[in-house]
Unconditional design. Structure first.
Length: 555
């Protein structure tokens, strides 16, 4: 097969087969958790979101307008995946179609993941477009190339923040760019185009930076973070030959300024995230933007440097067989009970169970952005995620859904019995659900208490008073269950599961003021803690997120 498809006239046929398989898989594979979450993004188009920039939402919106199903959610990703392959092929200076197909055959992630509606797909495409335009800019600093370079960088940033690394390592590989005034014009264009998102971050108190740089970080290093990262990179770029593709890409000497940018980006990104494992867990897919640099350099290593392709020739059929089996599993659960991405199976079944118990009422899921997103996609009924301080925040903390739920009867749904004492569990293919009706629902995630303090030191057993500005993010007057409203206070916790809370104010009193002074009592044991302000919602035992994290050092 590989020998047969070595001529240029067959390339379109290979790409057509690639797209047909991707479309079939996209249409018959149920949504992953994050895909459903990003689909909810597309129902609330904005310049920014808690987790990501808005490109993924816009692409899903466009595809879903054509097809109201899984295919519509993923249609834009299939198109961008095809565009990535076409641009990558154009960037290869010394082409060999046989090598091109052998590398693609070994890279299972590009075949299987090339249709998933996640921010990585637009990032890969716009990173490839960025390198394509950068090569043209190196040849001619024309106004056209300057404008396109600025546009490509902005589109990359609108896809995922990680794209900034590619620009940084490109500049590092070619410091003479800093002397080109048209490069700075391109940077200005990028900044102007990206400004709406930056303003969104500013107006929402930079939630993405807070989450990724503070809240998400692990409290201590564990060797498994690094081991998982290294193993994940090898598997990401090919279950059988990923190690060899990376090795060839690292080994291939560069012969031009453009290739030096590819090499710096490849090595720089991998090393950057390797060091990031010392701060916390790094997802394997965070490095997918180096697909094009790695592919081109590995390809040139075989064609130009004469590196052996025998291992690729011996393993391409086995790689395709593994991909084929995985494709079938993603569509048909022929291994029920095996915990391999169970989220892509039986979603209609478990959402139907909850829908029947809800009986037309909105469903409020506790501490899960995945479950309400899946529920809304597969049932068409309204759902919401109420996130309490022990869990992570999500984009649900920024939407105005609560305004429509105040005072209404809802079905509360939690992942374990801790939240609803005495509630009966409902068994589904996706685990147990503990549900309880709430006759009049209230919660207040859009009220934020903001302080200039990012870190505070206090003596053991002592106290410190902090002043918090009161920011009411609701578009309508705040409705409460009673005249005073719920308690407002703080929660302190650390890595050893120590928890301490203190509540002394009522919501009604807080909303009357521009700022409030709250005295924080220090824990009895010295150490490093995290502090957050919260409002004790009537429906759940834990307070909600109503401030950013403050580092508390007890001496």
């Amino acid at each position: 097969m590989i020998r047969f498809f070595t001529k240029d006239q067959y390339k379109n046929g290979v790409l057509a087969i690639w797209v047909i398989l991707a479309l079939f898989q996209a249409g018959f594979t149920q949504l992953m958790d994050d895909e459903a979450y990003y689909w909810v993004y597309s129902r609330h188009l904005d310049w920014g979101y808690f987790d990501h920039p808005p490109m993924i939402a816009l692409l899903i919106k466009a595809g879903y307008a054509l097809f109201h199903n899984e295919l519509g959610v993923r249609l834009g990703m299939v198109a961008l995946n095809l565009g990535t392959l076409i641009l990558t092929d154009k960037l290869i200076p010394q082409k060999d179609n046989r090598v091109f197909y052998l590398l693609l055959a070994g890279m299972g992630a590009m075949q299987l993941g090339g249709m998933l509606a996640v921010p990585d797909l637009p990032l890969i495409f716009f990173a490839t477009l960025y390198f394509y335009i950068y090569r043209g800019f190196l040849e001619s600093q024309s106004w056209k190339n300057t404008l396109l370079l600025g546009l490509s960088m902005a589109l990359m940033f609108y896809s995922k923040y990680h794209g900034i690394l590619l620009v940084f390592f490109t500049v590092l590989s070619n410091l003479s760019l800093l002397r080109l005034y048209r490069f700075w014009i391109a940077v200005f264009i990028t900044t102007a185009l990206f400004f709406p998102h930056l303003y969104w971050q500013y107006s929402h108190n930079f939630p993405s930076l807070q989450y990724h740089l503070v809240e998400r970080n692990s409290n201590r290093y564990h060797y498994t973070h690094t081991l998982d990262y290294v193993t994940g990179q090898i598997l990401l770029f090919g279950p059988l030959v990923g190690w060899l593709i990376l090795y060839y890409a690292f080994r291939t000497p560069v012969v031009s300024t453009f290739e030096r940018a590819l090499k710096f980006s490849l090595v720089g990104v991998l090393v950057f995230f390797l060091f990031s494992t010392f701060k916390g867990r790094v997802e394997a897919n965070w490095t997918v933007m180096i697909f094009t640099p790695m592919f081109i350099l590995a390809h040139q290593g075989i064609v130009r440097q004469g590196y052996s392709a025998k291992i690729f020739q011996y393993t391409w059929a086995a790689s395709l067989l593994l991909v084929c089996v995985t494709r079938v599993y993603m569509i048909w659960d022929f291994m029920p009970g095996v915990p391999v991405r169970p989220e892509i199976h039986h979603n209609r079944e478990w959402t139907n169970v909850i829908e029947q118990q809800a009986n037309g009422r909105p469903v409020v899921f506790l501490n899960s952005y995945q479950r309400p997103s899946k529920y809304m996609f597969y049932t068409g009924h309204e759902a919401y995620s109420l996130n309490t301080i022990p869990s992570r925040r999500s984009q649900y903390n920024f939407w105005h859904t609560e305004e429509d739920l105040w005072g209404k009867e809802v079905l509360m749904s939690a992942p374990d019995a801790y939240y609803f004492s005495g509630a009966d569990s409902i068994g589904t293919s996706q685990g147990d659900f503990f549900n309880r009706p709430e006759m009049a629902y209230y919660s207040y995630s859009l009220i934020q208490l903001e302080t200039a303090e990012k870190a505070v030191a206090v003596k053991t057993g002592g106290s410190v008073m902090l002043r918090f500005g009161v920011k009411n993010g609701y578009n309508v007057p705040v409705k409460m269950k009673d005249a005073e409203g719920p308690l407002v206070g703080y929660l302190i916790w650390n890595k050893d599961d120590y928890r301490q809370s203190g509540y002394s104010l009522r919501l009604a009193d807080v909303l009357k003021k521009d700022s409030v002074d709250i005295t924080i009592q220090a824990p009895p044991v010295a150490g490093e803690y995290k502090l957050k302000m919260g409002i004790q919602a009537p429906a759940v035992p834990d307070p909600t997120h109503n401030s950013q994290v403050i580092k508390l050092k007890v001496e």
